[in-house]
Design a binder for this molecule. Sequence first.
Ligand code: 3PG
Ligand code: MG
Length: 373
Amino acid sequence: MRLPILEDLPDPRGKRVLVRCDFNVPISTAADGTRTIDDDLRITAALPTIQWLVDRGATVTTCSHLGRPKGGPDAKTDLGPVRARLAELAPGVSLLDNLRWDAGEEANDPAFVARLIEGQDLYVDDAFGAAHRSHASIVGPPAHLPSAAGRLLAKEVDILGGLLDDPKRPFVGILGGSKVSDKLGVIGALLDKVDALIIGGGMCFTFLAALGNPVGDSLCEPDHIDSCRALLDSGHRILLPSDLTALGPNDEVRQIGTAVPAGWKGLDIGPGSAADFSDEIADARTVLWNGPMGVFEDPRFAAGTKTIATAVADCRGFTVIGGGDSAAAADKFGVADRIDHISTGGGASLEFLEQGDLPGLAALRNAWGERGG
Ligand code: 3PG
Ligand code: MG
């Protein structure tokens, strides 16, 4: 059963449409309390859907979560800055208060679903970044209102689904970020799809430890060393760093091999690894990158991530960045516009790649099937 899209909805003219967006954008707070949006990609990415509905005469109400508030309204998770930006981009479109200010959202409480859809005629889910959450605003409305995936959600599923179904080869995956425990599932799933999997970032140290390297004070999850060893023994092509940039006592920074001395901490892949990984990426016809290679916010440990970001941008194959920190890195290193697709979902894109489906997608498909779609 395919995903219902906007064209599958009844004519939206004169109708009230609830649109679930993922406006969970990074926001900085100045000393005087002023809050500014650092990156509005998740807002602009929802505009095609909003505009499609507005052009057809619908009254659009958007809704979203922001952050992870616990127990009701607070200033830190007020959607005010998003509401202001939305008013500039899509005048006349309203935005409800942070959905997570009501405990019913995360609990998927039917009473909260009922309040949310009251007075609405149609429901559109365009919140790819939250489609892995079985929350009220995501899985609830499709059972009650004619519902469809918005343009952004449909496009994300199309592109990420294409990577799983029929990637052009060689297909190179690049994973980084701090915790290997969060990514064991997706590593297993990706290894069956890719021709080579590059592993950098904090998570590489559990793999390096599995190969018998001392890791010093680097991030390492001892409980997962056996799982990493099993993956390394699985016969798939896993590429680990052969050198590192490390921070030692007295703030000394050094290039080292893969043995991290006691008192030292590996915080980036080294230049040799970055060059080897770049060669691998240059030959790829499909690239998927999720997670930075090091602590790129610190200029001393940015080189690995910058080199990889540039290699992905230079690659002539089809390139996809899976949300979150690697999207921020592509932006920071000025290569974002040379990437074919930057996903608006970090956790959601990984879970989709691992499971091949998400609760938000299943809710739309099932409801549509029951309506005879
Ligand atoms: C995200 O930024 O990952 C999404 O908006 C989902 O947010 P969550 O991880 O707090 O559910
Ligand atoms: Mg998240």
